[in-house]
Structures are given as C-alpha cells and as structure tokens.
Ligand binder design. Structure first.
Ligand code: FAD
Ligand code: UQ1
Length: 408
C-alpha cells in the first residue's frame, strides 16, 4: 500500500500541470501520478496530423519522459474510490491512500456507442481524428480521395474540443479545392447539436464559411450506425432515421466521464467529478479537486481551459492545505483554434460561463488569419510541452490584460 500527500489520477494535460507544480513544491515522493498509458499525447495536434499538416511523432512522448522528476509514476489505472477513507484502488488491485486527491482522468471515448464503427474505422474512407491510431489515416484517405460524398459528424454534448469535428472538414474542403476535385465533391456536416458553435460571434463566422464554400449543414442529426459494406451512415434526427451515402466519413465518437469516476461517490449526476464550477473543489470531499475534461464544469473541454483552470486548483489546494478558504475562481475561459483551411485559422476565445468572447490579441480573431494558424501550428505545441505540462502556463489572462485591456 502506497501513500501520497497528493495523488493525481491521470497524467494528461491537467494531471501533469498540477503534479509538476506540487512535486516541485513538496519534494520527491510526495506526489504520485496514476496513469495507465505508456504514451502521453498532444491531442490538439491530431487535427493537423489528420490534415497532413503535422508529423504524428510531434504529438507523442513517452509518459516516463513527461513525468515530473519529483513525482512518482504509478503505471496503473484508478478503478474504485473510497473518498471517506482517503483511498482508491487500482486496476491491478493495489490500494493507494492520500491526503489530497486530484481527478484528471480526462474523457472516456465510447467507440462502441455507434454500431459498426469499430470495425469500419481505419479503412475504406472511415476515420476519426479522435484516435491516436486513426488520425494519420484521415490524411491518407483525404489524399487518396478522388471525388464523391464527404461526410463529417458531431455527436451531442459532451465532447472535447467542440470545434474539432468541423476543423477536419474545412481542411478537407480546402484540400479538394487545391487538388482540383472540389467540383466532384459534396461536403456535408451532420451536427447533433442545434447550432454550429455555442458562442455567437464565432457561430456567425463559421456559418459564413459554410455558406461561401457550399458546405451542407444539418443540425440535430446524430450518427447511430456505420454500414461499411454499403458505405452508408445512419443518423437519428428526432423521431426520423436518415441514411446518407459516403465515400469519406469522419466520425466524432461519443464520449463522456470515465467509468471509474462515474461509478464512484465522487460523481455528479452526469458522471463527472462533482466539483464547484468556480473553486473546482469537490462539493462533498474538501480534500478532492478535479481539473480538465472529467471535471463537472459547464465549460468547453479544451487544453486551453485546462491552462486557465490550473492556477485555480493550485491556489485553492494550497489554501486548503493551510486550512484557509479556497478563494480562487475559474472564470470559464476556454479557447478553440478553428482551423479554416490549410493555412488560416479563427481563434475563438471566450468564457463559457458568460458566453462572451475573451480575445487575447489586439485584432478581430473571428477573421481567418495566417498569423493565427502559425500560432496553432508552431507556438501551441511548445507552449503545451514546455510550459503547461511543467506547471508554468496558466492561460493567456496576463497577456490579455496587457495587449487587450478592454477585453480583460
Ligand atoms: P487528457 O489530456 O485526455 O488526459 C487524461 C489522462 O487520464 C490520460 O493520460 C489517460 O490515459 C488517463 N486516464 C484515463 N483513465 C484513467 C484511469 N482510470 N486512471 C488513471 N488515469 C486515467 N484542446 C485545445 O485547447 N485546443 C485544441 O485545438 C484541441 N484540439 C483537440 C483535437 C482533438 C482531435 C482532440 C481529441 C482534443 C482536442 N483538444 C484541444 C482537447 C484537449 O486535448 C483536452 O481537452 C485536454 O487534453 C484535456 O486534458 P485532461 O487532462 O482533462 O485529459
Ligand atoms: C492554450 O493555452 C492551449 O493550451 C496550451 C491550447 O491548447 C493547445 C490552445 O489551443 C490555446 C488556443 C490556448 C490559449 C493560448 C493563447 C496564447 C491564446
């Protein structure tokens, strides 16, 4: 049986940001990171990998190489939680006890929720950028595409990076234009939700893109089945069933809270970690915090949100450690770099709590720009690996206050 002062469940974006901070502060052996995967993935890069715009190898590092030096990597998955005893068990059957617990297990992707999807993926034009093994196939299938019907799906909430299901489509459409195949291609977006994007300002810009570029958009259509042998995708639209022919199909799968949290006393009704949406402290167990996709925060699930959440968890956990009240508050900041073509990008930045834009730069970020694409392709990966994972990137709020004081 192991004991840690701080046990972190999940060594992804949020888990490592917090583990880096506390292991630096508390010294060797105080922080344990429970993480089953031998690889750590920079998932925001997968959109570019799928567009043949980034090398997949740039999106992977070994977990052992990203683990903070003072933290102990427990190479195992959390299985059950007994928070009243400050303890958890792992998949291998070990018990771990803790003084403070950080839940950062991300989202679980439910590949089985869509009939026929698992067997169809990775061949005959069916792909998903949401999978490490398949995002490369998106680029291959796109480059081999010779015209026909290209279909892109998005499920109902919750999903991580709500923009990713359409970014892949804009890159694909632009590629067909450049390859001289646009006239032979139909592009269709099948969106589970009733609008293209939750924030008005960017929804307007994206709607314009779809109109100008002859992209068919259908709302409230949820993919239920992939029929690979006849190349048909089946959707549920209210009471109706709609079947669509495809030659290329990009699927955004259904996802949600990881089972280990959902089935524990730590879960809210929707299965996510039941924390306060501002302080990120658990509502029943004050020595438990959550960060990132698995936290029950009504925000937009992104690495950008994780960056803004991190300083709140750090400050409030430190407050609780010295028996003070947690006063730091997460403001709902999230960002979604909406890749619009092979070289342009709209950088949505907003508070999901107020619905208002919170742009960092002194320019209109809803206009597709090459400079914003450069930021995504060349700056964000380093910011992620070298600053966020090291516990040193707290989101752009300080930059925003200097560059754009009226938005701060
Ligand atoms: P993750 O980084 O997913 O980490 C969760 C970790 O928990 C994983 O390492 C996992 O192995 C581990 N885990 C799972 N189960 C257990 C268990 N039982 N016990 C212990 N550990 C467990 N965000 C942006 O900001 N900008 C973007 O452009 C962007 N684009 C994206 C594009 C795609 C295709 C995808 C898939 C995501 C994108 N995101 C983007 C979202 C971003 O990747 C996530 O929001 C972010 O990684 C969330 O961090 P996290 O720590 O909550 O989860
Ligand atoms: C961000 O902080 C972040 O995490 C490192 C991302 O994930 C890769 C992002 O995509 C974005 C846009 C941000 C926000 C940062 C700036 C400078 C606007």
């Amino acid at each position: 049986q192991k004991h840690f002062k701080v046990a972190v469940v999940g060594g992804g974006a949020g888990g490592l940001a917090i583990a880096s901070h506390f292991s630096e502060k508390l010294g060797k052996g105080a922080v344990g990171v429970i993480e089953p995967s031998t690889n750590h993935y920079y998932q925001p890069g997968w959109t570019l990998v799928g567009g043949d715009l980034m090398d997949f190898n740039k999106t992977v590092r070994r977990t052992s190489d990203v683990m903070p030096i003072n933290a102990e990597w427990v190479h195992d998955a959390a299985a059950t939680f007994a928070p009243e005893a400050n303890s958890l068990t792992t998949a291998k059957g070990d018990t771990i006890t803790y003084d403070y617990l950080v839940l950062a297990a991300g989202f679980q992707i439910n590949w089985d929720a869509i009939k026929g999807l698992k067997d169809a993926l990775g061949k005959n034009g069916v792909t998903s950028n949401y999978h490490a093994d398949h995002c490369k196939y998106t680029a291959k299938a796109m480059n081999e595409f010779a015209g026909g019907h290209a279909v892109f799906t998005q499920p109902n909430m919750p999903i991580k990076c709500a923009g990713a299901p359409q970014k892949v489509m804009y890159i694909f459409e632009d590629t067909m234009r450049r390859n001289g195949l646009r006239d032979k291609t139909t592009v269709t977006f099948m969106q589970g939700m009733p609008s293209i994007f939750a924030i008005q300002k960017y929804a307007k810009a994206l709607t314009e893109q779809c109109q100008e570029r002859d992209i068919n958009v259908n709302f409230r259509h949820v993919l239920t089945e992939v029929k690979a042998d006849t190349k048909e995708a089946v959707f549920k639209a209210g009471e109706k069933e709609v079947t669509v022919k495809y030659d290329f199909l990009h699927v955004t799968p259904q996802m949600g809270a990881p089972d280990c949290i959902r089935n524990s006393p730590l879960a809210a009704e929707n299965g996510m970690a039941n924390v306060d949406k501002e302080t990120m402290q658990h509502l029943t167990f004050p020595n438990v915090f959550a960060i990132g996709d698995c936290a029950n925060l009504p925000t937009s699930k992104t690495a950008a949100a994780v960056a803004a959440e991190a300083p709140v968890v750090k400050a409030n956990m430190e407050a609780v450690m010295r028996q003070a009240n947690p006063t730091a508050k997460y403001d709902g900041y999230a960002s979604c770099p909406l890749v619009i073509s092979r070289d342009r990008l709209i950088l949505a930045e907003f508070s999901a709590y107020t619905g208002q834009p919170m742009e960092t730069l002194f320019l209109d970020q809803s206009i597709p720009r090459e400079s914003l694409f450069f930021l995504k392709a060349e700056v964000m990966p380093d910011l992620y690996w070298d600053a966020l994972l090291k516990g040193h990137w707290n989101g752009p709020s300080n930059v925003r206050k200097i560059l754009n004081p009226f938005n701060a």
